[in-house]
Design a protein around this ligand. Structure first.
Ligand SMILES: [Zn+2]
Ligand SMILES: [Zn+2]
Length: 483
């Protein structure tokens, strides 16, 4: 029995690791580097009965859920019920399952169709919600979700639940212009004209640990997740966590504009599935509010995907509406939503700079919207950052179509795939198609100063990140100062 339990835990750990990275294969929102795992292998894993009832959660969340037994105080617009501790687990859906309707036609439609069957009752119920207008009633969402809960599991234990607020999209608001310059926060932040290199780092064990981890790799900027990126619901942040995070940032001179949280991989604000959309918007609001409490100014998301179920224009409108709604829900907030460029994979929005420009155009408050340039995604989308000519035309197009005043962050990744491959495969600096000379150009380009420039290269070890940062610093020529 014990052996079986251990075996299952091991297979789950592997499975989680696969899923963690599978996001990059999806036609929808895409994530970070991807291993070669076939869908059939994943299906085989899921066919074991014990695994049907497992929650895949990060260390961080497991610890949190162990501590957590009672109901949490609800935040303003979303209520989170406490997750039960350890023993009863529920299967966490993948990015692909959550963000795209499984019966979407396409190369992966076969396996998606099978998954859809197992969730049949949920989809039947949710079909009703498609008739709703823009105002999405929380009760419909809640009852559909409840119906999808497997019966026979320990029913006495409260399930985590997301309460979706009423969503009324603001229209015809006056535009707020964004001023030229690297940030809308002139006057509050000192700009040094330096390169601020960092990495996406772990906040396991508490958000404040992120600062310590960033210091360990010699980072002067960093990215992190402000809650579990693969669960819709996380418990609210405690005041103590917020205070410790802010104190550690101040103590180690991490200015707020140099910290770039990455949004949940589950979100798809471009979805035309009303349930996914409502949950994505509630999640977007929740994470923006978390950033606000932490004193962070920028919050990075993948724009979304039409999943082939709607047009590009509809997805772009839906993403802009979501951002406008969140802005409306957080008046006076200084948190900017930062759109990441994508690699033109499947139906994702944001591979073409014009996608991002159109979203920005439809957002009313331009002081709270920005762009994060992912160098791997750009190369995979067809912008040849590896050559001098390609880099120049990339700079020209970014300025012409979006405008560098919107660039507030960089994800510095090499790409395993060739120019225009549309594949999201991050590689270590200098080990991919951008190459050392490509990064020399990037590091010495004045466009990327005074903003977080963070590595999302494959994690090998903290020391490896440290070495990559040192390598990048060694590429700096006279006139380029690294913080
Ligand atoms: Zn990303
Ligand atoms: Zn990225």
């Amino acid at each position: 029995m014990t052996n079986m339990f251990v075996r299952n835990i091991v297979s789950l750990a592997k499975l989680f690791s696969h899923y963690h990275k599978m996001a990059g294969k999806s036609n929808c929102i895409i994530g970070e580097p991807v291993p070669r795992v076939t869908r059939s292998a994943i299906k085989r894993k899921f066919s074991s009965s014990i695994e049907q009832n497992i929650v895949l959660s990060t260390d961080n969340d497991t610890k949190e859920s162990e501590k957590q037994k009672t109901l949490q105080t609800p935040p303003k617009n979303s209520v989170v019920k406490a997750e039960s501790k350890g023993k009863v687990f529920k299967k966490e859906k993948t990015t692909e399952q959550e963000t795209c309707n499984p019966d979407v036609a396409g190369p992966n439609s076969k396996s998606r169709g099978k998954k859809a069957k197992s969730e049949g009752s949920t989809h039947e119920n949710l079909k009703e919600t498609e008739k709703l207008p823009k105002v999405i009633k929380e009760k419909v969402i809640k009852s559909a979700k409840t119906a999808s809960e497997p019966s026979g599991t320990k029913s006495a234990v409260p399930k985590p639940e997301m309460v979706i607020p009423e969503i009324v999209i603001p229209i015809n608001k006056p535009y707020i212009k964004r001023e030229d310059g690297p940030s809308p926060w002139n006057g509050t932040i000192k700009y040094d004209n330096k390169i601020f290199l960092g990495a996406h780092i772990s906040a396991a064990g508490g958000l404040e640990n992120a600062i310590k981890n960033a210091m360990n790799i010699g980072a002067s900027s960093f990215a992190l997740f402000v809650k579990n990126q693969r669960q819709w619901v996380s418990k609210p942040m405690e005041d103590g966590t917020v205070e410790r995070f802010k104190a550690a940032c101040a103590e180690n001179n991490f200015s707020p504009h140099l910290i770039l949280p990455h949004g949940s991989y589950l979100m798809n604000c471009g979805s035309n599935d009303p349930t996914v959309l409502a949950k994505s918007r509630a999640n977007l609001l929740d994470e923006v509010q978390r950033c606000e409490r932490l004193g962070i100014l920028y919050y990075n998301i993948h724009p979304g995907s039409s999943c082939g179920k709607g047009t590009r224009e509809e997805a772009i409108k839906s993403i802009s509406d979501s951002i406008n709604w969140v802005h409306d829900q957080t008046p006076g907030s200084k948190v900017s939503i930062v759109l990441e460029n994508m690699c033109r994979q499947g139906f994702t929005i944001g591979g073409d700079f014009s996608d991002l420009a159109e979203i920005i155009q439809q957002v009313f408050d331009h002081s709270r919207i920005g762009v994060c340039l992912d160098t791997c995604h750009a190369l995979a989308a067809g912008y040849d950052l590896a050559t001098s000519q390609g880099f120049d035309s990339f700079l020209e197009e970014f300025e012409r179509v979006i405008g560098f005043r919107y660039l507030v962050a960089v994800h510095l990744n090499d790409s395993e795939g060739e120019v225009g491959c549309h594949r999201d495969r991050h590689a270590s600096i200098g080990k991919g198609k951008i190459g050392i000379e490509g990064f020399r150009r990037i590091i010495n380009c004045p466009r990327f100063r005074d903003i977080p420039v963070v590595l999302e290269t494959p994690f090998i070890s903290d020391d490896h990140y440290k070495q990559e940062i040192l390598l990048l610093k060694s590429l700096a020529e006279s006139g380029t100062i690294c913080a």
